[in-house]
Write a protein that binds this ligand. Structure first.
Ligand code: 5AD
Ligand code: SF4
Length: 438
């Protein structure tokens, strides 16, 4: 039996797909990249970003042909859009066999078995308190792993659907995290990325509590672990002690992803972000003062309800002053059930698109200028695979998260190697492998 799985959205969803594959392999399935040859199709969906529902509907629509050809193929829709839309998906597409929520992954093999025995589509999205094992996953590579340390979110940023679909924040015990990473390192792990919607609030629900900084210190002590990344940080909870740990530990990467979302205090308040632009500037100043060459990336939303041109210009002002290495930019789009979806919004989408392009243009120039500063310098690069653009070149990642494309043999995949940067683009740099360290 073959399973085809497609993952949309964030790293948390990637991790969920790895868990799904682990469960299904144990149930006798083998992964395939050929959708037409599969017995089971899984779409692991995302609802955070733009027009997710329309895109998903397009995708499911395309599966009808396959289902018509082979009635035995099972179509399963999981992830955040499934959690959000529930039975509605089956109402619109009766040939969808299973809709499963973000809390129901451990049940999937059983749901599949049940569906094969009955004639009725199944929708399972209730949070039934299953204490599922987040660390039982099937990974493509052993040298790199994404590991959730918290799931869910308690912040209720007014635009965000995540707390509604992923539930309240739950942290995983530090001992369990450490044990898992130690095992992975003995199996060849080089780089771990600790995942959470707001990693800085780690530990709140645990009896024996460590702060995120303390957890990071413990992870950093693991022998043989070369690189530790973490996403995402929330400016409200970003502590000074964290900056010190990043500075002092060689295996914690000098890259911080710190979503700004907006540069105007009025909009930050409406977003329920719980910090001001001054607070954010302060954190950045502290980081830049203490950690030399720390890369800072961010997320920004343009066109939040009530955002005026002068508010948007405050965002532009921060982008110019801070000079993010990279910004992930989004046009605000309402999510049913969130507080912002009920707010009055009088700026047209066309106007928002204009602002969005304006921001993108400025940020792209900054990204490209920051990348140019790397040219001529040597960096350690973890080789991740072949580059997406050009299957011949290798793709690696510098400690500061910059992508490097360079010529080399695929035997280098999974190794940290020295590279000299030879050219800069907006979203990546070009490099040359340094042989024999010459
Ligand atoms: N509209 C636009 N962007 C959003 N994001 C989250 N929710 C929305 C929304 N409703 C963006 C935020 C977040 C990133 C993952 O997605 O910038 O940090
Ligand atoms: Fe959403 Fe805010 Fe939680 Fe991030 S911190 S997941 S934006 S509610």
């Amino acid at each position: 039996m073959k399973v085809y799985i497609e993952t949309f959205g964030c790293q948390m969803n990637e991790n969920d797909s790895e868990r799904i594959l682990y469960l299904l392999e144990n149930a006798g399935y083998e992964r395939t990249n050929d959708i037409a040859a599969s017995d089971l199709i899984i779409l692991n969906t995302c609802t955070v970003r733009e027009r997710a529902k329309n895109r998903l509907y397009g995708h499911i629509g395309n599966l009808k042909k396959l289902k018509n050809k082979n009635r035995d193929i099972l179509i399963c829709i999981g992830g955040c859009t499934a959690q959000d839309l529930k039975e509605k998906i089956i109402e619109v597409f009766p040939y969808v066999d299973i809709v499963f929520g973000t809390h129901n992954i451990p049940e999937l093999p059983e749901l599949i078995g049940r569906r094969r025995l009955t004639n009725k589509s199944i929708c399972s999205v209730e949070n039934n308190g299953f204490d599922h094992d987040l660390f039982k996953v099937r990974r493509k590579q052993s040298f790199k792993a994404f590991l959730p340390i918290t799931i869910g979110c308690d912040n209720y940023c007014s635009y965000c659907i995540v707390p509604l679909v992923r539930g309240n924040e739950r942290s995983i015990e530090a001992e369990k995290i450490i044990r898992n990473i130690e095992e992975l390192v003995s199996g060849g792990l080089i780089e771990v990325t600790l995942l959470g919607q707001n990693v800085n609030s780690y530990g709140k629900n645990l009896k024996k509590t460590y702060t995120f900084s303390e957890l990071l210190e413990k992870v950093s002590n693991i022998k043989g672990l070369k690189r530790i990344r973490f996403i995402t940080s929330h400016p409200r909870d970003f502590s000074k002690s964290l900056i010190d740990i990043i500075k002092n530990r060689d295996n914690i990467v000098k890259h911080i992803h710190l979503p700004l979302q907006a540069g105007s205090n009025k909009i930050l308040k409406e977003m329920n972000r719980n910090y001001t632009r001054e607070d954010y500037f302060n954190i950045i100043e502290n980081i830049k003062k203490k950690i030399l060459d720390c890369a800072i990336t961010t997320d920004i939303i343009v066109g939040f309800p009530g955002e005026e041109r002068e508010d948007f210009l405050q965002t532009i002002d921060m982008v110019k002053k801070i000079r993010f290495n990279r910004a992930f930019t989004f046009i605000y789009s309402p999510r049913t059930g969130t507080k912002a979806a009920k707010m009055e919004d009088h700026i047209t989408l066309d106007e928002k698109k204009k602002w969005f392009r304006e921001l993108l243009e400025i940020q792209n120039i900054i990204s490209s200028e920051e990348n140019k500063k790397l040219v001529g310098k040597k960096f350690e690069v973890l080789v991740e695979g072949n580059s997406a653009k050009d299957g011949i070149l290798l793709k690696g990642r510098m400690e500061n998260n910059t992508i490097v494309n360079f010529e080399g043999d695929s035997s280098l995949i999974g190794k940290i190697i020295p590279v000299i940067i030879t050219g800069a683009k907006t979203f990546y740099v070009m490099g040359e492998l340094i042989r024999n360290n010459s």
